[in-house]
Design a protein around this ligand. Structure first.
Ligand SMILES: Cc1cc2nc3c(=O)[nH]c(=O)nc-3n(C[C@H](O)[C@H](O)[C@H](O)COP(=O)(O)OP(=O)(O)OC[C@H]3O[C@@H](n4cnc5c(N)ncnc54)[C@H](O)[C@@H]3O)c2cc1C
Length: 375
């Protein structure tokens, strides 16, 4: 790939996390499709950066042989549970799994290559990277969201640590406030309770007791609920839905005060933790997507940008109506669909993708998703 290159790829995939590696493997099943994968760090870069204490919430289990593909697998014939010997991998473990998959299937990946701009052109896209320019007919953005931690929307936000940082997981003693009570908030709150801190989680939407529905995008995962019960039994965990955090300030004599609208102040002996999630992380393609009312990228039924034909999105920022594809087992359902749309437009044979459907890894009819469990 050089600035004078005339080589045109059919598809360039940006980002070598589970979304990018998975989509690359599906593209590989399309006959004679020329594709490439670029990654600004190394394969599984985000997972290498996860705080050491953080583990998957979705369990891995090698059910592949009976049509129940491991929930965290990115290819029908792989299983993190099998290759790692673990059911709840941490970030480093999962990065190892992804690296192994890339090596096993010889995925063409260019590491240490950052995409800086993506410009639509007559034949597709001109993509500028830290190593030169590449032309591609289509682009799949799989850059993830981890590099866009949500910002505090209150005064004194600079006095907080985002839950994705190592600082947030460092030892805390005494009282600690966690802002946000969904998965990442409960995860880090339980961690600090286990370490002996007295934790107050503040979230006016009280996601910890979302009783209706069985979708883990709206309800705490079983592992989190179990940990919550154990943490509450210590008497050192308070869950508060009394109001919204409106400010944080330092207190004369030490510590911080977290102001909660309509309630007053809650003391935190160390920097409060912000566990309010991530943005869509679109980076250089941000301007190439329209937005939904809730701010997430607007996509058509093929996960393609509604304003930039040929630009697809893979990963946890995919939303269709009320469906959130924010777990691996959800967004992987779209790898083979996107690969088939790209392949068919170029007149390629896509029969190889049927193996993905047989493994339960292809959802092309969005109306079938979101079925609730009866019990
Ligand atoms: C704390 C946390 C816990 C989670 N737990 C689970 C779980 O238990 N189970 C589950 O299924 N999901 C979980 N998720 C959700 C989801 O699986 C992860 O967010 C996952 O990392 C998403 O995969 P991805 O490939 O889209 O993004 P990433 O893994 O972030 O990969 C994106 C890659 O793109 C690269 N990149 C970004 N920008 C550029 C650029 N400009 N040029 C080149 N490369 C670029 C990055 O370096 C990175 O390697 C969790 C998410 C978080 C944040």
């Amino acid at each position: 790939m050089t600035s004078r290159s005339t080589h045109v790829l059919d598809t360039l995939v940006v980002g070598a996390g589970p979304a990018g590696v998975g989509i690359a493997l599906a593209l590989d099943a399309v006959d004679t499709l020329r594709y490439g994968l670029v990654e600004r760090g190394t394969v599984g870069e985000t997972f290498r950066r996860w705080p050491a204490e953080q583990r998957f919430l979705t369990p891995s289990f090698t059910g592949n042989g009976f049509g129940a593909t491991d929930l965290n697998a990115v290819h029908p014939k792989t299983s993190p549970a099998f290759s790692l010997g673990l059911d709840y991998p941490n970030g480093r473990d999962y990065a190892r799994y992804l690296g192994g998959v890339v090596r096993h299937f010889t995925v063409p990946v260019l590491q240490d290559t950052e995409v800086t701009t993506v410009v639509p052109s007559a034949g597709g896209f001109t993509v500028r990277t830290s190593r030169g320019t590449v032309e591609a007919r289509t682009v799949v953005w799989a850059g993830g969201e981890f590099h866009e931690p949500s910002q505090a929307r209150f005064v004194g936000g600079g006095l907080t640590d985002h839950s994705s940082t190592a600082a947030a997981w460092s030892h805390r003693s005494g009282r600690l406030v966690v802002v946000g009570g969904y998965e990442s908030g409960i995860d880090i709150a339980c961690h600090h309770v286990e370490q002996g801190a007295q934790v107050t989680v503040i979230d006016p939407d009280h996601p910890w007791d979302a009783g209706d529905g069985s979708d883990p995008s709206y309800r705490l995962a079983p592992r989190s609920r179990q940990r919550l019960v154990t943490a509450q039994a210590t008497g050192r965990l308070v869950l508060s839905s009394a109001g919204r955090v409106v400010g944080v300030k330092t207190v004369h004599g030490g510590g911080l005060a977290v102001s909660v609208g309509g309630v007053g102040g809650v003391a935190s002996d160390s920097r409060p933790i912000l566990a309010t999630g991530f943005g869509p992380g679109l980076g250089p393609v941000s301007g190439l997507f329209d937005r939904r009312e809730d701010g997430w990228p607007l996509l058509d039924d093929n996960d393609e940008s509604t304003m930039t034909p040929g630009l697809f999105l893979s990963g946890p920022s995919v939303r269709h109506g009320g469906l959130k594809f924010c777990f691996v087992y959800k967004f992987r359902q779209r790898y083979a669909h996107i690969a088939r749309v790209i392949g068919e437009r170029l007149g390629k044979d896509c029969a190889g993708l049927e193996a993905w459907r047989e493994a339960g890894m292809l959802t092309d009819d969005l109306s079938c998703c979101g079925v609730e469990c009866a019990c």
